[in-house]
Design a binder for this molecule. Structure first.
Ligand code: 5AD
Ligand code: SF4
Length: 434
């Protein structure tokens, strides 16, 4: 989401004749787009801001701004030099990016500038993102903003505000522009894409996410379409059928479960039980037998007992996730959990539980990759692999990373790759046909 938002910021800045500097020392303005999801993320941002202060000595007019969720959460506190131990010139929340040029002009006069107003309707629909860090093959399209689910641990509803969907026409136009520019894959982004809803101005008819997904997929059969993220409580059979019905909608669903224990899920305010989640997995597997399923886990949420933790491990074995993002619970100020529960799982217990989850996931990821050995996979090539220019990296529909000798392949090509080796993170093979 931040990657995508930064492309919007770049576009707002470009329309006021600013351009992207190659690196921080050569920049006149440095904007950090920030995340508040865990304390660790915020600490890293504060560390980076401290590091950047020395650049002011060489460039007295340098402006440093904090954008995004941390700006929204900490507001004026980020402008208190004494408390913070450093100077920040601008604080801009996620719904105020259109005001950046004005805020910049204020900051240039030496005043500190802040706008952290949240909006009920801002979707930046008319802004064409500047794809300054994209690979030319795969791009994000933001389809909605905000979240009103209020999961007990989560800061997002407070930092990103009310949920709002973006006009489908502007989404389709953005996808068409990407196709015209040679892109081959789009990921439709939202905190909870299943809540996407738009009423047509003329007919009043509702457009839901599954319909939007189909409309984007129908633009071009060579365009791969992905989406993130889905909330388990409202991933519908209709959506699963839409994915099954189109070859170019990727067979990969990210469905964050957070915990395998119904009592923990209840405390988390997730609005589904372990059984509900398993029922949705069953529905996905029945409709799309070869669908990759990935997830998120939080280890050591408030009051989590050893038994509840073991339920997460047993759910992992039951589902066999292809991939997971795994985190230790980090209390966020003012969330429901911070108000209602004690962050009472000792740090060393959280660490041990997280490592058990990671270890279990590595086993499942490896098993999932083993199943792909000696098969041919349709891979969309994205660019040179990290380790060697002679190798190309790409992804399968199921979102598995594949590395193979590049031959004549260029980014954006579809190639059939015969898989011969794997680790828990990567598949390796050679081109079977172009
Ligand atoms: N502590 C740890 N992990 C969190 N997440 C969200 N809030 C927290 C928190 N307070 C994780 C969830 C979510 C992912 C984006 O980040 O797993 O799905
Ligand atoms: Fe946070 Fe829950 Fe909204 Fe996801 S659905 S952004 S975890 S409140």
């Amino acid at each position: 989401m931040n990657f995508s938002d930064s492309e919007i910021v770049a576009s707002v800045m470009a329309s006021h004749d600013y351009s992207i500097a190659g690196d921080a020392p050569s920049a006149d303005i440095i904007l950090l787009n920030t995340c508040s999801i865990r304390e660790h993320a915020e600490n890293r941002v504060l560390g980076r801001l401290r590091e950047l202060q020395h650049l002011r000595k060489k460039k007295p007019g340098l402006l440093i701004g904090v954008l995004g969720c941390m700006a929204e959460r900490l507001k004026e506190k980020l402008l208190e030099d004494k408390d913070l131990g450093m100077r920040i010139d601008m604080v801009v929340g996620p719904d105020a990016y259109r005001q950046l040029p004005q805020l910049m002009a204020d900051a240039e006069t030496g005043q500190k500038a802040i706008n952290v107003m949240l909006s009920v309707d801002e979707t930046y629909a008319d802004i064409s993102p500047v794809r300054y860090a994209a690979n030319g093959v795969s791009a994000f399209i933001s389809i909605m903003r905000g979240c009103e689910n209020f999961c007990a641990y989560c800061v997002v509803p407070y930092t990103r505000g009310k949920e709002r969907s973006r006009d489908p026409e502007s989404i389709l136009n953005e996808a068409k522009q990407l196709i015209a520019a040679g892109y081959r894959e789009v990921t439709l982004l939202g905190q909870n894409v299943n809540s996407y809803s738009w009423s047509d101005k003329n007919s009043g008819a509702e457009i839901r996410f599954s319909q939007l997904l189909e409309m984007v997929a129908d633009l071009d059969p060579l365009l791969r379409v992905r989406f993130a993220t889905s909330h388990p409580k409202d991933i519908s059979d209709e959506l699963i059928r839409t994915i099954a019905g189109k070859d170019n909608i990727c067979n990969a669903i990210h469905l964050p479960v957070q915990s395998g224990s119904t009592s923990v899920l209840q405390r988390m305010n997730r609005k589904y039980s372990r059984e509900d989640y398993l029922e949705r997995i069953k529905a996905i597997r029945a409709i799309i037998p070869d669908c990759a399923i990935s997830t998120d886990f939080i280890a050591g949420f408030c009051g989590e007992t050893e038994e509840e933790h073991r339920e997460t491990l047993s759910l992992m074995d039951e589902v066999g996730f292809d991939f997971a993002f795994m985190f230790k619970y980090s209390e966020r100020p003012d969330t429901l959990a911070a108000k209602k529960y004690k962050d009472d799982v000792p740090e060393e217990v959280k660490t041990r539980r997280l490592s058990e989850i990671i270890e279990r996931q590595q086993k499942h990821s490896l098993a999932s990759n083993h199943r792909d050995l000696n098969t041919c996979q349709l891979v969309l090539a994205e660019g040179a692999s990290k380790r060697s220019e002679a190798n190309m990296m790409g992804r399968t529909s199921r979102n598995k990373v594949v590395v193979f000798p590049a031959g004549n392949t260029v980014p954006g090509d579809y190639v059939m790759v015969e898989i011969s080796h794997c680790t828990s993170a990567t598949l390796k093979g050679k081109i079977a046909s172009e």
